[in-house]
Design a protein. Structure first.
Length: 329
């Protein structure tokens, strides 16, 4: 158990709040997984230690550190604006108050995105459509998600909607065989919307709880990809007007600000309801989580911090902030 700073409701005081990671067997603490991201932020500690006063130099250096950690201009600007406001209002009086204030602002930025994806039993099957460019970790995340739902005692079915590459269909099939999960697939170059339509029909008939549909991340053109995804949504709605219940974008944290561009493009084309950020373990670019929160204001459902099933974790804002900027030791 540990604590982080947050602004009180009136915004005139910093208070601490406890955050508690809910560890699963065999799981490393998130802190251990986000070491490289933390490395970037730890530059802040040095700055504050050397600072004898809160002056423009210190604030400039903080701003640079946040930008270097990949928070992006918009999120960094927001945090700096709030920091300036805090200095004006007396919330931040001495150098020692600065890091708690930064931590509180980081938390304020991502806290609204902490919205766990609940499988609604009244939607049977609960349909999750996975979208994202090639290589971000869609198929891997599907496997991890399926594992999670199986462990919760739910019936899971997968739809091999990435028909652009034969290997993609095989990857999902192999996973399904190993885990005894049905996978609806057709051959390479089959119509993706037709595969997913069949899967939804079959899932309904069999009383499946959760259907997760994979999709292509690359087609002949970007327009082609986006119109295929739109078509998939349309054909699903013919069977269940509420499906898909979740359109989840997967982005790779290692691609930095590109992830943000992808989020904007996919949202415009298909309307996202949630985001999963993968590969936060292998990258120093964890700041992208804050950039996405600032720009998209969408739920961040999960974060991927490794290749094993337990490495897909529900997004917890307090734990995340603590992992990238721990102040309580
Ligand atoms: N280190 C790490 N690797 C990941 C994570 N998620 C996915 N990967 C790897 O990323 C690569 C591409 O994943 P894949 O699921 O095939 O991507 P897709 O093209 O979007 O379906 C694979 O080697 C995965 O093992 C993660 O959270 N951490
Ligand atoms: Mg894939």
């Amino acid at each position: 158990m540990f604590s982080i700073f947050r602004r009180n409701k009136a915004g005139n005081k910093l208070e601490t709040t406890e955050v508690r990671e809910k560890p699963v067997d065999g799981q490393d603490p998130l802190e251990a997984r986000l070491e490289r991201t933390r490395g970037h932020m730890s530059g802040l500690f040095g700055l504050i230690k050397q600072a004898s006063a809160i002056d423009d130099d210190l604030l400039d250096d903080i701003e640079t550190t946040l930008l270097t950690a990949d928070l992006g201009v918009a999120a960094t600007t927001r945090i700096m604006d709030r920091l300036h406001a805090g200095i004006k209002s007396g919330l931040v009086e001495q150098p020692g108050d600065v890091l708690p204030a930064v931590q509180a602002e980081l938390y304020a930025l991502i806290e609204p995105c902490e919205q766990f994806l609940a499988v609604e039993p009244e939607n049977k099957p609960f349909v999750i459509l996975m979208v994202g460019v090639n290589g971000v970790g869609k198929t891997t995340t599907i496997g991890k998600l399926a594992r999670r739902y199986l462990d919760d005692g739910l019936n899971v079915m997968l739809a091999a909607g990435d028909t652009f590459r034969a290997a993609a269909v095989q990857q999902l099939k192999t996973w399904g065989e190993r885990n005894d999960v049905p996978v609806v697939a057709q051959g390479q170059d089959a119509d993706s919307a037709a595969v997913i339509f069949d899967a939804l029909q079959s899932a309904r008939a069999k009383g499946v709880d959760v259907l997760i549909a994979d999709t292509a991340g690359r087609l002949h053109t970007q327009d082609h990809l986006m119109s295929e995804l739109a078509k998939i949504k349309r054909v699903m709605a013919k069977i269940d007007p509420d499906a898909p219940h979740e359109v989840m974008l997967v982005v790779d944290a290692g691609t930095g600000q590109n992830a943000l561009v992808q989020a904007q493009q996919f949202d415009q084309a298909v309307g996202l309801t949630g985001i999963t950020v993968t590969k936060l373990d292998g990258t120093a670019r964890g700041g992208i989580v804050f950039a996405i929160a600032e720009a998209m204001q969408l739920p961040i459902r999960f974060i991927g911090v490794g290749e094993r099933a337990v490495d897909l974790r529900p997004f917890d804002a307090g734990t995340f902030v603590h992992a990238v900027l721990p102040l309580d030791q």
